[in-house]
Ligand binder design. Structure first.
Ligand SMILES: O=P(O)(O)OC[C@H]1O[C@H](O)[C@H](O)[C@@H](O)[C@@H]1O
Length: 560
């Protein structure tokens, strides 16, 4: 089967010369052919993601065209404006895939609004809403290494596609021959026919205005003198983040030179994920050199942001996604109360695997904190619910521990542009009152308790990995652990039971322990990993860390 498919591809005019060469190079190599052709990349709610290359199990123009035909078939059943927004980041073949997706949509009679320069996830979500599109397509593999690309699909609300819509697209893809099934018209023809148009400056301006309107203390940054180092990690952040920062008055910005301009090879940080230290190293080094108050790094599609902060002793410390979520919630709530701009019955949202410290902070300010499953689309879904009730202004902030934040309803995915702006504003504010982000964080710990949140990941690669992970989760359900390292489990919550959790069914187990600590276990939805999320509390950091180590040594043998 896979050999037949391989021969079909080898004999076809593949347009992209890289593909032809790759297929010729693997002639006679059964394993290499099998890997590329035995299965197809699966389109799910997050769209497609895979390594670049030839074959049905790779990201290439043919797989992109086939997927886009599936999207087009779904759009045609939807009525409305029959328009799709498209953006792309700095990844290899990003523009090629975006252009080909536009060509497939145009050939299906669907109108396209495509950015004329690389722009991040939040800008795509915004354009999808702005032009009342039926769908949005973002060509990106987020923070994966350079050999990856992908295709995130959005619904009309600017949220990642729902399960129902993705299932229809998937069915349509199955009916579309990968090499011959998608309709196609050249980009030029689509433009000539008026079907393909670029995103207008009005839309870009409205996006920036929407973000800047979320400042908590407008004008403050103009005089605070914040010194910043910023790295777009060779992705899309450079233009939007610096645009917004300049607008709000932050001018002392040093950009990490090697990571300033788009470069899909990510030569200085092979894994451009702001969650990991390596991606932030160049920025931290430059912050030390320049004495910056703050260092920010956005991932290639600028939906996540990681930071390092200057401590009073001059050292730099990384801030975790949970800590930043809590800091921003605290800053936004306190600031809006002080400024008289807090809505009535304010709502914030976080995922069930994010820190419970946020619950205490929310309670302190009278903010209702809603809990959702992992995946920012669930936070978008909460905003949609408020919108449907005519109460969208109640939403003040949403975050996930995986470095995703959003502070307004103008988009429905995480937005590192607004997060970068608010982090800088918050740093400026604390600087202006003789404090710092670090000091505020310590005050929060002093007030609510020294919480520690850590995530350990256990990898299960290869085809057998999925089975192993399923077996482990099954084992935990059949033989529920009664204690971890001597700490009794006081409550076990199984998210496979929606009647008990009030949330959609999910493969997540939460164990609450006698001393306020908790362990959450779930298989990742994006990588072949089981993740264990630990929350511990101590009189000080050392005590919380010791507790985490104790729990982790009891939990990790379960994953062997
Ligand atoms: O823990 P995982 O399933 O790998 O997901 C981690 C993250 O993946 C993506 O970035 C999603 O957009 C996030 O919403 C999610 O939190």
């Amino acid at each position: 089967m896979y050999q037949d498919e391989y021969k079909k591809w080898l004999g076809a005019d593949l347009i992209d010369f890289d593909l032809k060469k790759e297929l010729q190079d693997i002639e006679g190599d059964d394993a290499a052919i099998k890997e590329r052709f035995a299965v197809a990349l699966k389109f799910g709610t997050a769209g497609l993601r895979g390594t670049l290359g030839a074959g049905t199990n790779r990201m290439n123009i043919w797989v992109v065209r086939q997927a886009t035909q599936g999207v087009a078939d779904w759009v045609k059943t939807q009525g409305g404006t029959q328009t799709v927004a498209i953006s792309y980041d700095s990844r290899l073949k990003g523009w090629t895939f975006a252009r080909d997706a536009a060509g497939v949509l145009a050939a299906n009679g669907i109108k396209v609004r495509i950015y004329d320069e690389l722009m991040p996830v939040p800008a795509l979500s915004f354009a999808t809403r702005y032009y009342h599109c039926n769908a949005g397509i973002m060509v990106t593999a987020s923070h994966n290494p350079a050999q990856y690309n992908g295709y995130k699909a959005y619904g009309p609300d600017g949220c990642q596609m729902t399960d129902d819509a993705a299932a229809v697209v998937y069915d349509q893809i199955q009916k579309t021959d990968v090499l011959t099934g998608a309709k196609y018209m050249s980009f030029a023809e689509g433009v000539e026919k008026g079907l393909i148009r670029f995103v207008g400056d009005d839309c870009k301006k409205a996006f920036y205005d929407a973000i800047e309107s979320r400042q908590v203390r407008p004008g403050l940054c103009r005089t605070a003198g914040l010194k910043l180092v910023y790295s777009p990690l060779n992705g899309t952040g450079l233009v939007p983040v610096t645009h917004v920062l300049h607008d709000i008055g932050i001018t002392d910005i040093t950009i990490v030179p090697e990571q300033e301009y788009p470069n899909g090879y990510f030569t200085t940080c092979p894994y451009p994920n702001p969650e990991i230290l390596q991606a932030l190293e160049k920025g931290v080094a430059l912050a030390k050199e320049t004495g910056a108050d703050l260092m920010l790094a956005t991932d290639p599609d600028a939906d996540r942001v990681g930071i390092a902060m200057k401590c009073p002793d001059g050292s730099y410390e990384l801030v975790s996604g949970n800590e930043m979520g809590v800091l921003l919630l605290d800053y936004i709530a306190a600031g809006r109360i002080e400024k008289g701009t807090m809505p009535e019955r304010p709502v914030a949202v976080k995922s069930i695997v994010s820190t419970p410290l946020a619950d205490l902070v929310a309670e302190h300010y009278g903010v209702e904190l809603r809990h959702t499953l992992t995946g920012f689309k669930w936070i978008g879904d909460q905003i949609a619910k408020l919108e449907a009730a005519g109460e969208v202004d109640r939403f003040i902030f949403g975050f996930e521990e995986s470095y995703g934040y959003l502070a307004g309803p103008y988009v429905r995915d995480k937005d590192a542009v607004v997060a970068s702006m608010l982090i800088c504003e918050m740093a400026s504010y604390y600087r202006s009152i003789g404090s710092s982000i670090k000091q505020r964080l310590e005050e929060i710990y002093a007030q609510y308790g020294r919480y520690l949140n850590k995530v350990d990941s256990y990898e299960f690669p290869g085809l057998s990995g999925m089975d192993k992970m399923a077996g482990i989760m099954d084992g935990l359900r059949k033989n529920p652990p009664k204690e971890f390292g001597g700490d009794a489990v006081t409550e076990a919550i199984d998210y496979e039971k929606p009647e008990e959790t009030g949330l959609p069914k999910a493969n997540v187990l939460i164990y609450k322990l006698a001393d306020g600590a908790s362990v959450v276990v779930r298989p990742s939805g994006t990588e072949p990993k089981i993740k264990a999320y630990y929350t511990t509390k101590g009189k000080n950091l050392a005590e919380a860390e010791a507790e985490k180590e104790k729990l982790a040594s009891a939990v990790s043998p379960l994953f062997r």
